[in-house]
Design a protein around this ligand. Structure first.
Ligand SMILES: [Fe+2]
Ligand SMILES: [Fe+2]
Length: 161
């Protein structure tokens, strides 16, 4: 049976990532590179399916809503591609900084690890804040129950091996 609260599911996953970010911040500040590596792999393991749920589950449905809303007001969706494209671009930046952090870890460059880790922490915190407080709020206020069901069904399909 599909989750009837796909937005709640995503927000709940955000809480876990925010918790891991606090741990990452402490490990990076004390230059404990082993612990940074461990926490980073936990964040990656958790974020990969989360990003897929957003990119292939929620965003296509929400993007359709933004397009429809802009058309009904007589103009193109702003910014180009709408808020969904902004979130997609942020996912890309997050993936890129994760790669740079991994490279810094592999080189054992402690100061660079600390800088890249902080960059990742800042990016993810602001991304999660915008999703929870802007995007998901817009989704829960405007998506019809059929659209929410569609998002839930998409999540179910993604969970299948
Ligand atoms: Fe996201
Ligand atoms: Fe998210």
């Amino acid at each position: 049976m599909p989750s009837s609260n796909p937005l709640g599911e995503l927000s709940c996953e955000h809480r876990y990532v925010l918790d891991r970010l606090r741990a990452l911040e402490a490990s990076a500040a004390s230059l404990d590179l082993g612990s940074v590596r461990e926490i980073l792999s936990e964040i990656q393991a958790y974020s990969a399916p989360h990003f897929r749920k957003e990119e292939e589950g929620l965003f296509p449905v929400l993007g359709r809503y933004f397009e429809k809303a802009a058309t009904s007001m007589g103009g193109p969706v702003r910014p180009p591609g709408g808020p969904v494209q902004v979130m997609m671009a942020e996912h890309k930046s997050i993936r890129m900084i994760v790669e740079l952090l991994e490279k810094a870890l592999n080189r054992g460059e402690a100061a660079e690890v600390r800088g890249k880790a902080q960059h990742l922490i800042d990016l993810l915190r602001s991304h999660i804040y915008r999703e929870d407080h802007v995007l998901f709020k817009a989704a829960s206020a405007n998506l019809t129950s059929e659209e929410v069901e569609e998002v839930a069904a998409r999540f179910q399909r993604l969970k299948k091996p």
